[in-house]
Design a protein around this ligand. Structure first.
Ligand SMILES: Cc1cc2nc3c(=O)[nH]c(=O)nc-3n(C[C@H](O)[C@H](O)[C@H](O)COP(=O)(O)OP(=O)(O)OC[C@H]3O[C@@H](n4cnc5c(N)ncnc54)[C@H](O)[C@@H]3O)c2cc1C
Length: 456
């Protein structure tokens, strides 16, 4: 492999696949190297949702805003792959978050939903919720809220990115591991592979998800991460539990202990129950599900649904979260593109870390902007303009992005970031109570549900 590429990308998860497509569509000559099979690591272990991050509205509103915007781009370019999934959030007596709090959160989310082609939420009485999901536990049920996200086959999404990248000239090598860097003085000039070959590049992009820290260490560099392990239980389809009304439905359930939530996601060939969220400072190649995790997930869902005890298998991954100060509950899912020439005086290497499946295109755009600037080659980003099948996307509505300076400032001050988010929610809560007083928060019927989600 003696030729020199413009860009060599390490990692064939959604991040690396997105970067390969972005760079290839700009006209850069790319090689992507993946040690296993593309998309089969963290990306495949995700909950499979293209979502804005409803939970981050509690402490990191701007990340939800940015992610909602990019989720819309992903839905437009991936036509046919994402499926709208209505998600029911049942609220019971004794739950930490009551109906009004949950509805306030969803009202705040409604303002961002149009960016990702989402629908306004619905509020259901306990009776209507039970008509929708007859197997839901009735005791103590106060009502339910319904919102929607996009379900996607994440491996299919990776493959669609790679197919598009290849059509624009990219090369993809699977089953080949990067073992070190080729150096030219202090600069990185390529990667060494376990096949014994060297791939030379003007720029190497480290897009190895939970492995980015280990890849950076091969160049004696530090990219601190805070990995969070997550397990799902995978069941065979459970149509009698989750599809009784003719609609595949997701659920968001207050978990055992009341301080977090688990999803039940029924699309594709399996039903996912999870995930857990546990600090994991270890080796991403040595992830294991514990009995405690299995018990926690099963008991959390079983409180609400007659879930069988036997599941097929577990699915496990490590969230590649940027190293940051602050408590686990306030961990931002922001991403960062690190130019090691600027930060560490090591030219030829860029790391892209953090982020989510739901904003992979934007992550790739930022990495591609930097690559084309550094190389002095390549056109502007086109990944949002062209669908995976090569057809133009058409009109893209404009939504003003959050100010970068505010994002940077809040990233440095997690407590202020939380106050910024809570301030917005406080304002929203006052508005909600006002509307409630004048009868402005009506309950929806099953017919309203069917109309809202006719295409789901
Ligand atoms: C439990 C869980 C649930 C999640 N749910 C969601 C969700 O619903 N929605 C959402 O938006 N996000 C979700 N996420 C986050 C999302 O899955 C990740 O942010 C995203 O998949 C990371 O993709 P990646 O490409 O960076 O990492 P990966 O998919 O892990 O890809 C990195 C690749 O690098 C390869 N690699 C590593 N070392 C080398 C080497 N030396 N040589 C060559 N290749 C190498 C690996 O084999 C791997 O394929 C979830 C994460 C977890 C863990």
């Amino acid at each position: 492999m003696a030729e020199t590429f413009d860009v060599v990308i390490i990692g064939g998860g959604i991040t690396g696949a997105g970067v390969a497509r972005d760079c290839a569509l700009r006209g850069l000559r790319c090689l992507l190297v993946e040690k296993g099979r593309a998309g089969r690591q963290t990306t495949a272990a995700s909950t499979h949702l293209i979502h804005g991050g409803l939970r981050y509205l509690l402490y990191d509103r701007l990340t939800t805003q940015t992610t909602c915007w990019d989720s819309g781009n992903i839905v437009r370019i991936a036509q046919g792959l994402p499926h709208r999934l209505p998600i029911v959030w049942p609220v019971y007596r004794g739950h930490r978050h009551g109906l009004e709090t949950v509805e306030t959160l969803l009202e705040a989310y409604d303002r961002l939903q149009p960016m990702k082609l989402g629908r306004p939420h619905l509020r259901l009485s306990a009776e209507e919720a039970l008509r929708l999901i007859p197997k839901l536990a009735p005791d103590g049920l106060l009502g339910a809220l319904v919102f929607d996200e996009w379900w996607v086959d994440p491996v299919g999404l990776v493959e669609a990115n790679l197919a598009s990248a290849k059509r624009s000239g990219a090369t993809v090598k699977e089953g080949v591991r990067v073992t070190g860097f080729e150096r030219s003085g202090a600069a990185v000039a390529g990667v060494r592979l376990d096949s014994g070959e060297t791939a030379f590049a003007r720029l190497v992009v480290n897009a190895a998800g939970p492995w980015v820290e280990r890849i950076a260490a091969l160049a004696e560099l530090r990219v601190p991460m805070r990995l969070q392990k997550g397990t799902h239980l995978a069941y065979p389809p459970l149509p009698e539990l989750l599809n009784a009304s003719g609609h595949p439905l997701g659920l968001l359930l207050e978990a055992e202990g009341g301080d977090r939530y688990v999803f039940v996601v029924p699309l594709g060939t399996e039903v996912f129950v999870g995930p857990t969220d546990i600090p994991y400072p270890g080796d991403p190649d040595a992830l294991q599900t514990t009995e405690d995790e299995v018990g926690y997930l099963y008991r959390s869902a079983k409180r609400y649904l007659p879930l069988p005890e036997r599941f097929d298998h577990t699915v496990i991954g490590a969230r590649p979260i940027l190293g940051q100060a602050g408590s686990e509950k306030l961990l931002s899912r922001e991403y960062e593109v690190v130019d090691h020439e600027v930060r560490d005086r090591v030219a030829g290497l860029v790391t892209i870390a953090g982020g989510k499946l739901s904003d992979f295109r934007l992550m790739a755009q930022d990495a591609g902007d930097l690559a084309s600037k550094k190389l002095g080659k390549g056109g502007p980003c086109r990944t949002h303009l062209e669908r995976f099948d090569g057809q133009p996307v058409g009109d893209i509505p404009y939504y003003p992005p959050p100010p970068r300076s505010l994002k940077r400032f809040l990233r440095r001050h997690p407590r202020l970031r939380e106050l910024h988010a809570l301030g917005h929610l406080g304002y929203q809560f006052a508005g909600h109570l006002g509307r409630k007083l004048i009868g402005g928060c009506p309950e929806a019927t099953l017919d309203d549900f069917r109309k809202n989600y006719a295409d789901a």
